[in-house]
Design a protein around this ligand. Structure first.
Ligand code: AGP
Length: 594
């Protein structure tokens, strides 16, 4: 949550900072601000989106600066609470992503020493601490200040009189972009893709001193070498490419994402390379942990592994497991995280590794915290996902899980061959769902005026119901609940009626008959039913109000086509309601606080 950026070079900093911030807005968007280092430090900030800030900002002259886009944790979105924050003299400015746990104590102590605070934020203690220790060397003052800080942070600091930026990180993402006589800093790579694809990832406790033609990284006062990496993502990957919203573009990218993700892995029948993760232990007793949409992938992963590998698997919410999960006795765990930065997931990885567990991270972001602290990584190849609502990253996670399970599969070889063929056909099947877009968009009109919607599914499509509901509530603000179809009559039936539609996900597996019964029960309570059904099904259409037809696939792959249909349903419902699809209120793309 929160995005930070920095620039130092030969060009005017202001437009570059604003452009980078605009690209980083998915990390938080309730307020924003910039500080430019000219003769003095000039700050402009407000509780508005980046575009609005750019429209009203005066021209701040300077070739170095920092910027911030905020997702509020301490203090409401307001001009005073927006970053950058300053010391008493106004010479030191800081942007911060993270949470300072001991800020109350530090604030009291600094106030008693005469420091004056103007915001409610935890961040404001940092520039004041830097001021306290500053004697002409910003890097040393930052190091001393951070020594007193407990919590997580990625910060960029500047001071008038020094032509360099000082950056530091601990449990917060931070990347330095390398340019030609100019350098960039950002929370995330997509922010800088307009300017460079050469990056340096900092480690926890690193302090970077960035000037136009030099990047020095120190750790506990000693210079260390941090390698430069080349990023394969292009500028176009992080742009809308003519689509009205990133969410729609990302939904449409899914055939390619499936192709790219599975092409990145070795043969499904070989236990080689990327897939030799589990050694002799295999998948027995595997624990899969994640949050949000990634947790829904974890739940589907449980079904996939239990069905194909025939071993019991547990899927848990990382945020719960960290407090109530038993100390792991299992020797392997899979964590799934698109961003690789979700605080609860990072805590899980650390906790499990401390307990001697081998942790495999499924992540989409090279260089993310998860990728650096896990024992082994499976990268999904979804490309940058900008929309706050996860779509293509989820489908890529499913691909990773299928590909992980297949080599260990205990099913008949002929069936296995069919599944591998089926997996390779998925891009085409997903394209068929996308080709049905206008019919789904039309159906979404019906949902757009509703207050409540239920999603029901069974077996491997129960998590799809959860995901369909999450997507709808997240982008359209309609209250939606995902339920195991058999559970609806154990309480939620009280809410059914003609104003409460039910979206039923019907797969051609052993859940088909009970789903028919559940649909009839719902219809008897006068709820309109939209059914997601496989092509060729002539039974369901007779029972329900509307159908969304998806192509025939093996039932184990049905979550892929069904989810894509529900993503489109959520997108168009939100669009019909005029919601800010890519940036839903109160949310942020990567949740870096617990
Ligand atoms: C879903 O649309 C959300 N953006 C959210 O639930 C997300 O999946 C969750 O925060 C987990 O993120 P991660 O995959 O980056 O760990």
């Amino acid at each position: 949550m929160c995005g930070i950026v920095g620039y130092i070079g030969e060009r005017q900093a202001q437009p570059i900072l604003l452009n980078c911030l605009h690209r980083l807005e998915y990390r938080g968007y309730d307020s924003c601000g910039i500080a430019v280092l000219g003769g003095a430090v000039e700050i402009y900030k407000d509780a508005v989106r980046v575009k609005a800030l750019a429209n009203t900002a005066p021209s701040l002259n300077g070739i170095a600066g920092i910027g911030h886009t905020r997702w509020a944790t301490h203090g409401e979105p307001s001009q005073a609470n927006a970053h950058p924050h300053c010391d008493c003299t106004g010479k030191i400015a800081v942007v911060h992503n993270g949470v300072i746990n001991n800020f109350q104590k530090l604030r009291q102590q600094l106030a008693s020493e005469g420091h004056n605070f103007v915001s409610e934020t935890d961040t404001e203690v940092i520039p004041h601490l830097i001021e306290k220790y500053y004697d002409g060397d910003l890097a040393k003052a930052v190091e001393a200040a951070l020594h007193e800080v407990e919590g997580s942070y990625a910060i960029i600091a500047l001071v008038s009189g020094e032509s360099r930026l000082v950056v530091a990180r601990k449990d917060g993402p931070l990347v330095i972009g390398v340019g030609d006589r100019e350098n960039f800093i950002a929370s995330d790579v997509p922010a800088m893709l307009d300017y460079t694809n050469r990056v340096i990832y900092l480690e926890d406790d690193d302090i970077g001193i960035v000037s136009p033609d030099n990047i020095e990284v120190r750790r506990h006062g000693v210079e260390v070498d941090r390698k430069e990496h080349k990023i394969s993502w292009s500028v176009e990957d992080a742009q809308k490419a003519g689509y009205e919203h990133f969410m729609l573009k990302e939904i449409h990218e899914q055939p390619k994402v499936i192709r790219d993700t599975i092409a990145g892995y070795v043969s499904a029948t070989e236990k080689g390379a990327d897939l030799a993760l589990l050694g002799d232990v295999g998948l027995e007793g595997m624990l899969i942990l994640a949050c949000g949409t990634s947790y829904h992938a974890a739940l589907i992963g449980k079904y996939i592994l239990e069905e194909l590998v025939r071993v019991p698997v547990k899927a848990e919410l990382a945020s719960e497991f960290n407090y109530y999960g038993h100390t792991p006795v299992r020797s392997r765990a899979i964590v799934i995280t698109q961003s690789g930065e979700t605080a609860d997931v990072i805590k899980t990885i650390r906790r499990m590794r401390e307990a001697g567990c081998w942790v495999v991270a499924v992540t989409n972001v090279v260089g993310s915290t998860a990728s650096r602290i896990a024992d082994q990584i499976i990268y999904t190849r979804a490309g940058p996902e900008i929309s706050v609502a996860a779509t293509k990253s989820f489908i890529a996670q499913l691909m990773a899980l299928y590909w992980l399970a297949l080599p260990y599969s205990k099913i008949d070889i002929r069936k296995l061959d069919n599944l591998i063929t089926g997996l390779r056909q998925l891009p085409g099947k997903v394209q068929q769902v996308l080709d049905n877009e206008s019919a789904i968009a039309e159906l979404a009109r019906q949902l757009a005026s509703c207050e409540n919607v239920f999603f029901i599914g069974r077996g491997i499509n129960f998590p799809v119901a959860l995901e369909g509901a999450l997507k709808l509530k997240e982008v359209s603000y309609i209250h939606a609940e995902g339920y195991a179809a058999g559970e609806l009559k154990h309480g939620p039936f009280a809410l059914l009626g003609s104003n409460t539609p039910v979206v039923a996900i019907v797969a051609q597996d052993n859940t088909y008959e009970p789903m028919l019964t559940n649909i009839k029960e719902v219809k008897a309570r006068r709820s309109p039913v939209i059914a997601v059904v496989e092509e060729g099904d002539e039974v369901i259409g007779e029972l329900v109000d509307s159908v969304i037809t998806v192509p025939k696939v093996d039932a184990i792959f049905s979550p892929v086509v069904n989810t894509v249909a529900l993503q489109l349903l959520a997108y168009y419902t939100a669009k019909h309601r005029g919601c800010p699809v890519d940036f839903p209120r109160n949310l942020a793309k990567s949740v870096t606080v617990e």
